[in-house]
Design a protein around this ligand. Structure first.
Ligand code: GLY
Length: 594
C-alpha cells in the first residue's frame, strides 16, 4: 500500500528497492566509523553476506518465522505432519537451542503469548527463570555495601537463574499439543547429534565471542572445535543425549534425575546457587495476557514479569491521541513524539515493574487511557524534555541485546508468539559438564544493587530487587494484534531494553503507515529509554534530520542494529512473513500443505 506523507513523498516500492542497496552501504560506513555504541559488532565487514530472507514469504496454510532457517524448516515440517502452531513452536524452541546457541536455549527462559482457535481465547505462559532459593538481595554487593565486580551477575555460575524453557514448552504441550512430545524433539536431537553447517553469520558470532567461549573448558570444547572453517559442522553430542532424556521423560528429564543432579553438583562445585530443590520446584505459570485496543485493533501481549506488554500498551495509548498517518514517517516531528513517549514509559518501568508474585505492579493505572492522556498533555512538539525532569525512578541499563523471537500461525487459526533468552549472547558462558546445556545469566536482569548507586551512579528500584524464587524483570514483548477477532499480525524481537521500542515501531509501521512486512522491516528504528538521555538511531542519520533533532535538544547516537523483528501477517486469507535482515540467518516461510 502506498502511503502519502505530509511533504508529498511516497513510501513507494522503488524507494524500498533503493533502501535495499543503501542499507548494506550504511552498514559498511557504519562499521568503518567508530561511532557505534556497542563495541561488539553484530556484522563483520570481512565476511558480509546476504540474509537468508530474499523477500516476503507467502503461504495459504500457515507461516513460521524464526531467527534460524533450520528452525523455520523444522516448524514447517511439524505443521506439514499435521501438528498445530503449538507443536511447531515447541519443536522450534528445542531446535533453536541447538542451531542458535547464542540465544536459543534449554538453559534459559521466556514467554509465550498464544491465540487458541478452538476456545477463541488468548493465553500466555511465563517460563521466565527464577532466582535460586539461596540468592539474596545483596548477593552482588561487597561487604561495605558497594557494588561488586559486575561480572558476577553476568558471567559464570553465580549469574544463572533456574531455567524455565523445558517446563514452559512442556506445559504448552500438555494444554494444546496434538502430536506426541517425542516427535517434537526429533529434529533438535538430529541436529545436535549429527551436527549442522555453521553459517557465515554464526561463524562471525563465534569469532566475536571467542574469549567468552574460551573461559570454561566445557564450553570451549563444544563451541571452539575447528570453528573458523565456514563449512564446519557443529556437533553437540552431550546436548543430544540431554534432549533424548527430555524426549523420554518429559519435563522431569530436565528438572529431576541425572541431568538435574549434574546441574546442581556443577553449581555447587563452582560457586553457583541452583540446587536440586530449585530445579524440582520450578513451575511455568499460565498468566492472563494483557489486552488492550489500539485504533479498533485488539492488542494481546505479555504482562509482568515482562515490562514489555505494559509499556507497549501505555505508549500506544499515548500515541492514539495523534493522527500518526498524517506524519511523515521518521521525520523529526514523528521521532520527537516517539522519543518523548518512550521517555515516560521507560521512566515508569524503572520504578513500578517487577515480578507480580512479589510486587504489586500498578497495572491498571499504567495501561489506562486516562493516564496516557495525561502523558500526552505533557508532550510538546519541538521540545525534548530533559530526562531528569521526568520522574520517578532511575533506569539501570544492564540488559543485553541478545534473546530470540519466533512466531507460528497455522491453518486452524492458532497463533503463537514467543520470545526466549539466555540474556547475554551465550548467556553465562557456562556449559554444565556432560549435558551440553548452556546456562543463562538472567540474574543480571534484577536490580543488582537496590538503593545503592552502581558503577554508573544509577539506582535500581525495590520492585525488581533480588529475592529467592523471584523472576527478574524482562523487556520481552511477544505480541499478537487481532482485527475483528482474527489474526492481523504477530510480532516480537530480541534486543534487551530495545525490544519494547522495536515492537512499538513494528506495530505503528503496519497499522498507521500501512507498510508491508518488508517495508516495516527495512524502516530504521529509533530508541529512547529515558536514561541515559540519548536518542539512538539505527545505521546512520541524514544531515538535515540530525540538525532538526539536535535543534529540538536531543543528544543523538548512531547505534548498531540490535533488534530483529519476526512478524507474521494475515491479509485476505494469505499469510505473509519476513525474517529481519539485521540477523541474516532469520527466515520466514510458509510452505505448508493443505
Ligand atoms: N534478558 C532480556 C530480557 O528479558 O528482557
Amino acid at each position: 500500500m502506498v502511503k502519502q506523507t505530509t511533504n508529498g513523498q511516497k513510501m513507494s516500492r522503488m524507494n524500498l528497492q533503493l533502501r535495499k542497496f543503501i542499507f548494506p552501504f550504511f552498514l559498511i560506513v557504519f562499521f568503518i566509523s567508530s561511532s557505534y555504541i556497542n563495541s561488539t559488532p553484530i556484522y563483520s565487514l570481512k565476511n558480509s553476506y546476504s540474509p537468508a530472507q530474499k523477500g516476503i514469504s507467502y503461504g495459504k496454510n500457515g507461516m513460521v518465522t524464526t531467527q534460524h532457517f533450520i528452525a523455520t524448516e523444522v516448524g514447517e515440517k511439524i505443521l506439514n505432519k499435521g501438528g498445530n502452531a503449538f507443536d511447531a513452536s515447541i519443536a522450534i524452541g528445542f531446535t533453536l537451542a541447538v542451531v542458535l546457541p547464542r540465544a536459543g536455549n534449554i538453559g534459559g527462559g521466556g514467554f509465550m503469548v498464544m491465540f487458541h482457535d478452538e476456545t477463541q481465547k488468548s493465553y500466555s505462559i511465563d517460563y521466565r527463570e527464577k532466582a535460586p532459593k539461596l540468592s539474596n538481595r545483596d548477593m552482588y554487593l561487597k561487604d561495605d555495601g558497594s557494588f561488586n565486580d559486575q561480572k558476577l551477575s553476568t558471567f559464570g555460575y553465580l549469574s544463572s537463574g533456574v531455567p524455565g524453557t523445558v517446563a514452559g514448552l512442556w506445559e504448552v504441550h500438555q494444554k494444546f499439543g496434538s502430536l506426541p512430545w517425542e516427535d517434537l524433539l526429533e529434529d533438535a536431537i538430529h541436529y545436535a547429534e549429527n551436527g549442522f553447517q555453521i553459517s557465515p553469520y554464526m561463524s562471525n558470532v563465534l569469532r566475536t565471542y571467542h574469549e567468552k567461549l574460551s573461559y570454561f573448558e566445557e564450553t570451549k570444547k563444544i563451541f571452539l572445535a575447528d570453528y573458523p572453517d565456514f563449512k564446519n559442522n557443529l556437533i553437540q553430542k552431550d546436548l543430544a543425549n540431554t534432549l533424548k532424556t527430555i524426549s523420554t521423560n518429559g519435563r522431569d528429564g530436565f528438572y529431576k534425575g541425572a541431568i538435574a543432579q549434574k546441574i546442581s553438583s556443577s553449581m555447587k562445585k563452582n560457586g553457583g546457587l541452583i540446587s536440586l530443590h530449585d530445579l524440582s520446584n520450578y513451575e511455568a505459570i499460565w498468566r492472563e495476557p494483557l489486552k488492550s485496543d489500539y485504533r479498533n485493533l485488539q492488542i494481546i501481549t505479555m504482562g509482568p514479569p515482562s515490562s514489555g506488554g505494559v509499556h507497549i500498551i501505555q505508549m500506544l495509548n499515548v500515541l492514539e491521541n495523534y493522527d500518526l498517518s498524517s506524519f511523515e514517517h521518521n521525520s523529526s516531528k514523528y521521532i520527537n513524539l516517539l522519543a518523548e513517549t518512550m521517555k515516560y514509559a521507560y521512566a515508569d518501568r524503572s520504578e513500578y515493574l517487577g515480578d507480580p508474585d512479589f510486587y504489586d505492579v500498578p497495572l491498571s493505572k499504567l495501561t489506562s487511557k486516562s493516564y496516557a492522556n495525561s502523558i500526552s498533555q505533557n508532550i510538546q512538539f519541538g521540545i525534548s524534555v530533559d530526562s531528569s525532569d521526568i520522574n520517578p525512578g532511575m533506569y539501570i541499563d544492564n540488559e543485553s541485546s541478545e534473546t530470540t523471537h519466533f512466531s507460528v500461525a497455522d491453518k486452524y487459526g492458532n497463533v503463537v508468539s514467543s520470545t526466549y533468552t539466555l540474556n547475554s549472547t551465550f548467556g553465562s558462558g557456562v556449559v554444565i559438564e556432560g549435558t551440553g546445556i548452556l546456562m543463562n545469566n538472567e540474574m543480571d536482569d534484577f536490580s543488582s544493587a537496590p538503593g545503592i548507586p552502581n558503577q554508573f551512579g544509577l539506582l535500581g528500584a525495590k520492585a525488581n530487587e533480588i529475592a529467592p524464587y523471584k523472576r527478574p524483570l524482562s523487556s520481552m514483548t511477544p505480541t499478537i494484534v487481532m482485527k475483528n477477532n482474527e489474526l492481523f499480525f504477530t510480532t516480537g524481537s530480541p534486543g534487551g531494553a530495545r525490544i519494547i521500542s522495536a515492537v512499538l515501531q513494528s506495530i505503528l509501521n503496519i497499522v498507521d503507515f500501512e507498510m508491508n512486512l518488508e517495508e516495516a522491516t527495512y524502516a530504521k528504528r529509533i530508541h529512547h529509554q529515558w536514561q541515559p538521555d540519548i536518542l539512538e538511531v539505527e545505521f546512520s542519520i541524514e544531515d538535515n534530520l540530525n540538525k532538526e533533532l539536535s535543534n529540538i535538544g536531543y543528544e543523538l547516537k548512531v547505534s548498531n542494529p540490535l533488534t530483529c523483528i519476526q512478524t507474521i501477517m494475515l491479509k485476505n486469507g494469505t499469510f505473509s512473513g519476513y525474517g529481519d535482515f539485521r540477523r541474516p540467518d532469520a527466515f520466514a516461510s510458509g510452505n505448508i500443505n493443505d
